[in-house]
Design a protein around this ligand. Structure first.
Ligand code: SAM
Length: 374
């Protein structure tokens, strides 16, 4: 049976064997250990994925395409080249991944991209994932451009919550930030999602000094008026983005909070949606205001997630290059999921303690967010 190497940032294969086969260190399944002595056909008990820092991994973010109908200036370059289709996992391979992760204890899958809803037949994938018996939450991140068409069918497929990216309520600004996006399409998508009756809808806004930082209160009001949550996100240094100056555009969450406090009574809330948002409640409103602060308030200690890119690379940390090639495990073993399971378990040995973004070093990570699966 072939080995499926895992990689650190410098692309050196990791000598995982010594790490993984000590019970209780990492990747341990209910106290048992997984070694490379196992042969095909052996079963792996359905338990939890745990990394070497004792963190339980219960959340998968699955990027179903690197393609997008927008070219947000903080996310990619205008002349971005997308992956050739043979390098991208098939929808069937993604269902196998989803099933395998849930058998390893993952209970929440977020489908993302690129723009996930531009992938052909993606609704079929949602239907398959939505039917996985061990999955508790199927959620989606989208720019909203296709939601007018797809909100109802997504709800029927089992999607419970949607995050919709919206950085400006002004058409010219929206066009400047997204380069190719049209505000009215995203707003129409938000209306359709509201009408479809999802459990929760959340707006995600990346705040950029000089682009939209003066719209924070307007965006918050837009979300709260519709009973939606909103999270304001600090831009992360992922990939080269041409002439866009990230250090200059950096707008810290503390400044967002200060701006919001001029317009709203903000009550810190201990609530969590299982993610990195720190939430605030506003009296009389059902929606919450969140701050995602990868620079100023690192949230790695409670990290419960991994990502799989559209080409099947298991990414252990948003801000590090540590990864494992799951496409190889999938394609070398078309009917046996055990090698895939073992590759996932082994990769737990290299999940890093955390990221440390530094805007003075550019770019920190060469992958763009559309590759990573935001
Ligand atoms: N196309 C979908 C969308 O727009 O929501 C899903 C993919 S997109 C990469 C997911 C999220 O990542 C979006 O909310 C986007 O704003 C955010 N994002 C992309 N690049 C980012 C960066 N460099 N820093 C912070 N957030 C980023």
């Amino acid at each position: 049976m072939g080995e499926h190497p895992v990689f650190l940032g410098h692309n050196e294969p990791v000598p995982w064997r010594g790490l993984i086969d000590r019970p209780g260190r990492c990747g341990a399944l209910g106290g048992t250990s997984v070694t490379d002595d196992q042969t095909p056909g052996q079963t792996v008990p359905n338990e939890v994925l745990r990394d070497r820092f004792g963190r339980t991994i219960s959340y998968l973010r699955l990027s179903v395409t690197d393609r997008c109908d927008m070219r947000c200036l903080y996310c990619m370059t205008p002349d971005v080249r997308f992956l050739p289709s043979e390098q991208v996992l098939s929808l069937e391979e993604m269902v196998r991944l989803g099933r395998t992760f849930t058998e390893l204890g993952v209970t929440k899958i977020r489908v993302t991209g690129g723009e996930p809803l531009v992938r052909r037949d993606v609704l079929w994938l949602f239907e398959q994932l939505g039917a996985l018996p061990r999955l508790r939450e199927l959620v989606l991140t989208t720019n909203g451009s296709q939601l007018a068409r797809l909100a109802g069918p997504l709800k029927a497929a089992g999607v419970r919550r949607i995050n919709i990216s919206l950085d400006s309520l002004r058409p010219e600004r929206f066009g400047r930030i997204t380069r190719t996006g049209r505000l009215e399409r995203t707003l129409g998508g938000i209306d359709a999602a509201l009408a479809a009756g999802f459990l929760r809808l959340k707006i995600n806004s990346v705040v950029l000094r000089g682009y939209n930082h003066d719209e924070i209160a307007d965006l918050a009001r837009f979300a709260l008026d519709r009973g939606m949550d909103i999270s304001f996100i600090e831009e992360m240094p992922l990939g080269m983005v041409g002439s866009h100056d990230r250090a200059q555009a950096y707008y810290p969450s503390d400044a967002v909070l200060r701006d919001l406090a001029e317009h709203f009574d903000l009550i810190p809330s201990p609530e969590t949606s299982g993610g990195p948002s720190r939430y605030y409640r506003v009296p009389g409103r059902s929606g919450r205001i969140g701050l995602i602060s990868p620079h100023s308030h690192n949230f790695c200690a409670s990290c419960n997630r991994v990502r799989v890119s559209a080409e099947g690379r298991l990414l252990l940390c948003l801000g590090q290059e540590h990864s494992a090639d799951l496409r190889r495990a999938l394609r070398a073993n078309p009917v046996d999921d055990l090698p895939l399971k073992r590759a996932i378990i082994r990769a737990m040995a290299i999940k890093p303690a955390g990221h440390d973004f530094d805007l003075a070093v550019r770019p920190v990570i060469l992958r763009h967010m559309n590759m990573t699966g935001g």
